[in-house]
Design a protein around this ligand. Structure first.
Ligand code: NCD
Length: 366
């Protein structure tokens, strides 16, 4: 991989860089006209292999507001993927037409794999149930604006914590700020993955796992709701039954919200399905539509940062592509949704660690 500034996982960069991007987003919000032509002549490719409304359009709007242009697809069936082209070949080609690629994919680790062949920076706009770093930047900006701080927060995260990539990225990021603690509200079947909990335990961050929204709500500063990720369930009849069972377990309504603090904020990456009643939208503590709007400004800041380094210092902490003796050759990642199961030529797949074999692309531990 060339030393390009990809954004695959927020944790590949130091907290200082996240803060710089958030500050830049705040400057843009205050004075959008100043940045009007900042990306004139630049082209952003948006490769969306999975449905998206906010992420795709906020990126597109961000680039257009900066004076740049956009190309891309949001239906892989109309691209050469449907003819059997590999992700690596598609990325290599589009990176010759663009200065920046934003990619969403249904396979975990796909953005990292794409970065191997790209000749321009790749932004991970969601890779299966794994990570969603630009939603996390959106969430950090939302917290900065709506709570005036990123530390000392009691954060409740509710819903599908197993497949919800937004919460995986968020927890890993916000745990780097001081004195934050988490309450994970989910069913046992959809609880937070072990690799995230292990990271929290290792770093001494406190978290609780509880089965009801009612028991957690009164203590929270932030309630982050998520939908049950229907598309990640098994397509079998059993999988469909399981989704039906899970989908209405957690619903926030005005009655429950009454028990929340006066300065609580309710966030949601959206789209919502059944987990927040429409009546909650009128409560001033519901900030999820504002959050979607912050996403556009933070993406403007991110595009500027990746394309125009003068806006922020970019020093990656990531050395995960470096070849070390800890890679295990010929071993296969056990995660059936991992990109390495589909792109057969990917190198350096599994790393030997104290916890076992960890996939270098999707973080799955076996
Ligand atoms: C999220 C996603 O795609 O992971 N949406 C978004 O990008 N705002 C959340 C979701 O789909 O539930």
């Amino acid at each position: 991989m060339e030393n390009l500034n990809h954004l695959i996982d927020l944790n590949d960069y130091p907290v200082k860089t996240w803060n710089q991007i958030i500050s830049l987003a705040q400057l843009i919000m205050k004075s959008p006209g100043t940045y009007k032509g900042a990306c004139t002549g630049k082209i952003m490719g948006t490769l969306f292999y999975e449905p998206s409304t906010r992420t795709q359009m906020s990126f597109q709007s961000a680039m257009l507001r900066l004076g740049g242009g956009i190309i891309g697809f949001d239906n892989p069936e109309t691209s050469s993927t449907s003819k059997g082209e590999t992700l690596g070949d598609t990325t290599k080609t589009i990176s010759g037409y663009s200065h920046l690629i934003v990619m969403r994919h249904y396979l975990e680790g796909a953005a990292k794999a794409a970065a191997l062949t790209a000749d321009c920076p790749i932004i991970n706009a969601g890779d299966g149930g794994h990570l969603h770093p630009t939603q996390t930047l959106t969430d950090l900006l939302t917290l900065t604006e709506e709570k005036s701080r990123l530390s000392d927060l009691n954060i409740g995260i509710c819903g599908d914590l197993k497949y919800g990539r937004t919460v995986h990225s968020l927890v890993r990021a916000i745990s780097h700020y001081k004195a934050n603690r988490f309450t994970f509200i989910s069913t046992p079947e959809l609880c937070m993955p072990d690799y995230i909990k292990a990271e929290l335990i290792e770093r001494g961050i406190s978290f609780y796992e509880v089965p009801t929204l009612e028991s957690a709500l009164p203590q929270l500063d932030v309630l982050y709701m998520t939908r049950i990720q229907r598309e990640r369930f098994d397509k079998s009849d059993e999988g469909k039954k399981e989704y039906e069972k899970q989908k209405k377990i957690f619903t926030l309504d005005t009655k429950k919200l009454k028990t929340g603090k006066e300065d609580l904020i309710v966030m949601h990456p959206l789209p919502r399905v059944d987990e927040i009643a429409i009546e909650v939208d009128d409560d001033p503590r519901a900030v999820y539509f504002k959050q979607a709007n912050y996403g556009m400004y933070v993406r403007m800041a991110l595009i500027l940062t990746l394309l125009n380094h003068e806006h922020s210092e970019l020093v990656t902490t990531d050395d995960s592509m470096a070849i070390t003796n800890d890679f295990v050759s010929n071993a296969q990642c056990e995660n059936l949704k991992c990109i390495t199961r589909y792109e057969k030529n990917l190198k350096n797949r599994l790393v030997k660690t104290a916890d076992g074999l960890v996939c270098n692309y999707c973080d799955y531990c076996s």
